[in-house]
Structure formats: structure tokens, C-alpha cells
Design a protein around this ligand. Sequence first.
Ligand code: T1G
Length: 687
Amino acid sequence: MTTNYRLAADVVVLEIDNPPVNALSLRVREGLVEGIRRAAADPAVRGIVIGAKGSFPAGADINEIATGLAFAPPILLDVQAEMEAIGKPIVAAITGTALGGGFELALTCHARVASPEARVGLPEVKLGLIPGAGGTQRFTRLAGPEAALEAITGAAQLPASRALELGLLDAIAADPLAEAVSFAQRLAGSGAPLPRASARAEKIADVDPQLFATWRAKVAKKYRGQLAPQRVCEAIEAACTKERAEAFKIERKLYLECRESPQRKALMHVFHAEREARRIPGVGPEVAPQSIRRAAVVGAGTMGAGIAMCFANAGIPVTLLDVSPDALERGMDGIRGHYAASVARGSLTHEKVDWALSLIGTTTDYDALSSVDIVIEAVFEDPELKRRIFAELDRHSPEHAILATNTSTLDIDRIAEATSRPQQVVGTHFFSPAHVMKLMENVRGAKTSPRTLATVMALARTLGKVPVLAGNCDGFIGNRMLQYYGAEAERLLEEGASPEQIDRVIEAFGFAMGPLAMRDLAGNDVGWAIRRNRTLPEDERWSPILQRMAESGRLGQKSGRGFYLYEGRSRRSDPEVLALIEGVSRELGIERREIPDAQILARLLHPLVNEGAKILEEGIAARAGDIDIVYVNGYGFPAYEGGPMFWAEREGLERVIETMEALAPSHGRRWQPAQRLRQAAERGRWT
Ligand code: T1G
């Protein structure tokens, strides 16, 4: 389908019809040019309305950008040129979301009418792009540079009310199409020159040049390492400082630079991989998810409270259960504290918080779970306690209810055995803080039914999470890979690296925090306690460093000293730590040496990739892209590098083999290159 042409009195309605999101693919662009020319040539036609079936276009067709078809004429710029040349009023009727090229199309119209619930924006930076069809120019000329900088570098989707305030919309109407037709007729009848966003100048005059330097610094910090947000600042600065035609050319040049960048390819991989990860191989759309109208969470600790907030924020009534009123009160205090912080930041209103809190109930009684559709257990990692809880849940919750565990390491099947409904037992592994982190690692037990899986994958989206399905093994996907990363950081310390060097290398790569700073955040006592309960294969060893840190009171941020010395959250080097590390090297008879940064990066990231290859081999993850989504959304891997598997494939998979072959003799058999990695290296790609 493309663009339908129909008359509404003396106004032509061009209705874009290109499911699922009315992307501006080649056939749509051809249909628009054809429709505009036809309307221009018809003397009975006084104006045009551009609308869409369902939602207004979500932008250029992302698939066409990757294949290059987005550049087959007529490109979007050609459509816009036709719009600005015909001399008859064109009004956009915006429903749903007008994003990217879709909003740029609307901005080229002479006026814009939106429905009250519509949202508009230029989120191209999320794909490693900048608006490439005049968006930075027209948005800035209508709303001013500060609004443009804020919205476009932040990939904001503005509600219609805000867009109207900023001057990006001309009206909001319950029936935007009818209002747009009237608007076009009024413009045609007015005899005045047609309003053009590209001709507006009042908001780009006398702009303080310091604004752009300030924003470039702000964006460099907030979107560290990312190209597109920086280029957005340059394009908006051009709108305010260059002659119009020159500024449009600058935007186009910057867009083409971003389109060719490795970051754009990586971010589009993440976009598609996130959508692919929602699909469960072998479970098609005929398996309808159960509806989740009421939920319960067992355990009012940090994770349980955060999970309860996820349900409340999604409008799903949730009951928080714990063993005592005190435990519940502590949980509710934590929840109220998080909401208060959101209100203070301006990200939530008091009304929204009151509404969410009204959806959270508390109880110490399992009988209160008699009408829930799902229960998520989030108590501490004690297998026997979890089994007792699941037996209680099996007795007290409705027989259709799904019983989920938030465990990050325990065996789902052992937990399921405690119930009479193993087909409805599943892992739903949230990441801390649960009300913030996007990743939801759903873990299938041996008997988990397809319907249960379909339900928790759909639930993730309802909660605003990014779902990935994992098989049932120690650590599932993310934590199973992470153990190599943390352990190798300590081996590098033994061999000569410093905490500062290791964290600097990883943070320069794009992680928010390096592995040693992460240890200090999580608590070295916690790390050591977890490690104490794990057994390694007989040909492997832990470094004694973590134990020494924990036992010498260097617990990390909470004790003011760990791998670093802390004042609040700011960290600085501690020469005593280096002495402790050097002592361990001496004890182990290791000759300390300079380790190049590149080697540190390879030795920390390649083991992730190798374990990821084993996870693919064992079917714990269905796709390499699923593993990328886990690491980007749950472990801070920079999205503009695409995730560990995408990154390694681009760097060359044989380099991972080299690293692992070099480490295996000293680290153990598990460090040998995985078979799946060798196969992929032969092809040069995972699939
Ligand atoms: N092109 C092609 N396919 C798209 C698409 C697009 N722009 N957006 C979404 N899809 C597909 C998506 O892959 C999925 O397909 C299906 O639609 C449903 O998407 C010149 C160059 C609009 C908010 O960045 O943010 O314009 O996986 O699951 O949750 O300056 O899609 O099912 O086969 O996400 O309801 C700029 C990207 C493009 C918007 C809807 N536009 N899309 O969310 O559905 S670059 C964007 C979204 C550009 C110009 C530049 C969301 C959505 P499948 P979905 P949703």
C-alpha cells in the first residue's frame, strides 16, 4: 500500500497507508509526489491534507536506509521540494506518533494539526543519525535553538500539548483530519502568503553563541562517545548562524556523515535486535499471552519494591507481600523515596505518583493473592526459601496464575518442582534498580509452557522493558558471561595493570563504569560472599585479590575505600591498594609488567564473546543479537558499539580466538575458544 488520494470538498486528502508504522518508503514517497502534482494541476483543488491510516509516519524506512533504497528518487527532500513549490496550502493531520522523517514531512507542511494524544519528535540520534530532511532547521526556526537542542539530542517524543506550546503545532483537535481540511480552506481563502517553517526567523535571531559551546560540552558528557548528538548541535548552530540554504546543506552533509558511521550501523543493529529478541523460536502469534490484570510481588526488599513499581507505573494493581508489617513499611518507604526523587527531578508529577501509589497494596497474608494473574518472587537467593514460597504460592494463587522468580542464578526447574504447575513457572530476571533498568531476562524452565513464555515476553513490553529469553543455566545469559569479565580484571591486576588503567580503558570504550569501580559500587564483601559459594573447575583459580580487599575492610564505596578511596561518589587512587596488589603478585611469583591498553580491552571483552558463543551453542540464547541486547540493556555495553557479539564480529572473530588461545594454558580449559566461535570466525559472522 502507499498513499490514498481522495477529495474532501475542495481539499485533497493524501492518506499514507504503509503498515506497520507508515514508514516513508519509496512507494509512499512516489505516491506523495504523484498526489501533490495531481492536486496542484486540478483547479478545483484549493488545498491538501496529508494524513495517515493509524499513526502518522514513524520516519524514513529504516530498512531502506540500510539498503540504500532511501536514496532512490524521489527522496524525502524531493517530496518536500514539491510541497514548497505548489503554492497551495498543505496541512498535516497528525495522529499517533510523527517521528523522524515523518515529523520532517509535517514540518514542511504550511500548518500542523494533531490529535490530543499525538506525540512528535526527531529521535534519529537513537539510530546514530541526525534528521536528514530539514528537521534540525525547521524545528529550530519554529521552536528556537534551546528547545531544538534539548529535544533532538535527547530523541524526545513531545506530547502534542508541549509541541503546541513550542510552536511546532498550529492546533490540537479531537478530529485532526476535519480540522486540517478546514485549516487548509482558511489558508486558501486568506490570500496571505503561505506560512513556511523554513522562512521563520524570529527565533533564530540574536542567539548567544555561548549556547552552542555549552550544549556541545553538555552533550559530550551526557552522550559520551556518541557522534550524532554532537552533529545535531552543529546543525542547529548552523540554523542560527548561516544563511538558510547553506544551513540546510550543512545539515545534509552532517546527516550523510552519520549515515556512513560505524555507530549508525551498530545502533540500527540494536534497534532490530531488540525487536527480534521479542520473538520466541517455535512460538508463533497463535499462542496468545494471558492477560495480566492483577499482580503480586513476594519480597519487599530493593528488587521486590522496584518490581512492584514497574507494575504500578504500567497501571497494573500490585500487591506486595512480605513476612512482617515492618518489612512492608521499609519497602513502601523505599518506593515513596524513589517516587519523591522522580518528582524532584521533574520526571513525574505528584498526580502520577499518587495514582501509582494507589495501585500498590501490601499484605503479609498469602490469602490476599487469590485473584492475581502473576506473582513475581523476589526474596534473597536461598533455594530452600524460594521452594517454600513457591509451594505457598501454588496453594494460594489462582490456578491460572503464572509464578515467576526474579532469581539471578538459581535453577528454575528446582523451584518449579515445588509446585503442581511447572508449566506456569518461569524466571523473570529484573536488573537493579528494577524500576529503571530496561532489561528483563525471561528464563524458560524445562516445563515452562509456550503460553507462559509468550505472556512474560508480552508483559515485559507492557512494563516498558526489553525482553530477552534465556535458557536455564547458571547465570542465564548476562551473569554467566560476566563472571569471566570480573575474574579477568583481577588477573590483569596480578600481572601488572592498575585499577585506574583497567577502568580507564573500559570507560574510554564506552561503559559507564569499569570493572573495579563496579566492584566498589556493588561491595567487595558481596562479591567475595558470592564467590565463596561458587566452585571453579579444578584447573581454574580465583585471584586472591578480592578476598584480601574484603578481609581488609576495603569494601568499596560503602566503607569509603575499596579499589579506590572515596569521598562520596568521587574516587581517587589509593597507593595502599597497589601495595596490596603487588604483594599478591609477589606471592604468586608473577613478574609485574606493563600491559598495553589494547590487551586489557581484549582480555576483558573477548571472554564475554567466547562465553556468548557457548551460550549460543547450548541454545541458552537463540541469537547473537539477543546476547547483544542483554549486554546493552543490562550491563552498560555502549549501544553505539552494538553489543559484544556485534562488536567482536566487526573487529574480527579470529582475534577473539587468538586471545582465548593465549589465555587457556594459564586460565583453564573453559577459556579455550568455543566451537561455535571457530565456526563463526570461518564465516566472518555469527549467522
Ligand atoms: N522504518 C521501518 N520499520 C520500522 C520503523 C521505521 N522507521 N519503525 C518501526 N519499524 C518497524 C519495527 O522494526 C517493527 O517491525 C514494527 O515496525 C513495529 O515497531 C530522514 C533518516 C514508531 C515508536 O527512529 O521508535 O526518519 O520487528 O515494535 O513499539 O531524518 O517503532 O515487527 O518486523 O517499535 O509500537 C527515524 C523508529 C527514522 C522511529 C512504534 N524514526 N521507530 O513503536 O512498534 S530515520 C525512528 C520507533 C529518519 C529522517 C531520518 C517505534 C515506534 P517488526 P515497534 P512500537
